[in-house]
Design a protein around this ligand. Sequence first.
Ligand SMILES: O=C(O)CCC(=O)C(=O)O
Ligand SMILES: [Fe+2]
Length: 333
Amino acid sequence: MGPQVMAPINDKVILSTSLPTISLLRLEAGDANESAALLQACSSHGFFYLNLQGADTLLGTWRSLLSVIADYFDQPVDHKMNDARESDNQGYEPAGTSVGARSDEISRREMLNRHAELSTSVDKQQQLFFDFMGNAHKITLTILSRLSDALSLEGSAGFETVHRHDRPSLSTLALFHYLKQDNGQVPGFGHGKHTDIGTLTFLLCEQWGLQVISPDTESWAFVEPRLNHAVINVGDSLRFISGCKLSSAVHRVVPVQEKQMEDRYSIAYFLRMENDVKYRDSANKIWSAQEWHDSKFNLFRDPVGLPNNAQMLTGVMESNEKLLEKAIPVTWF
Ligand SMILES: O=C(O)CCC(=O)C(=O)O
Ligand SMILES: [Fe+2]
């Protein structure tokens, strides 16, 4: 079983037509104009389409993975619970574990020893997952070094130097299944509004549902799924380490119609910094990358004191001048 076709959108939907498109081929070739366009995209929107032309291996692996994950999530919950690890970046998490996220999820930390402990059907597909992670990792590192170039960050000032291969990080591949709401039993759908924790997120999804706050209109806009394009966004850690020159845009996942009429599948590779890298958030507090990660995940699970803590979910973006004028109420699905 593979994912179903995309849902038609309704009239009220605003499309984000202004998202920039960056070419992976041109970034790989070191085209300086493309690096400048990348910097512009990451400073203004914090979100862009990455044209994957030329990345045939990755696109092929993605096709195979889509049917593997659909089959995986199709298994009974009891069986999938054999893979539960009570971890934010390893194993299975059933829908509703984190506030605002109504999705089944399977995540795998990038493991250099090339071995993952999963007992259910996906165990046999380990190579596919590692191939995908390897490719996504390489692409996100290319983006990162082009951003360093465009910001003239040379040598040890470059962003790549805090993403060394042999240092522990919480980089993760996550596979999401947003459940169809056709039988009235699913309490909610989607992913509440947030910014991503880490450096860069590489997202592949051919179905509707992702929304960003458009910097042009300051209101929610759907990101149109585009064939052979990934959606890349800047996370909090990169925003902070860039001295807030780059934006970690607020986004969420919602049904396109009143209810979610089809199962939705997405794959995200979260590139994260080395655990002990330190940075200042925009409120001037110092964090290690791991502390920021753990605190934000604790909040996702148990949002004590929301909406006071809501600023952290959105990477303190709402106290940033970019969104200050129009504070958006915290809503969950
Ligand atoms: O599933 C998606 O399209 C996006 C998921 C997301 O934003 C996240 O997991 O951080
Ligand atoms: Fe996200």
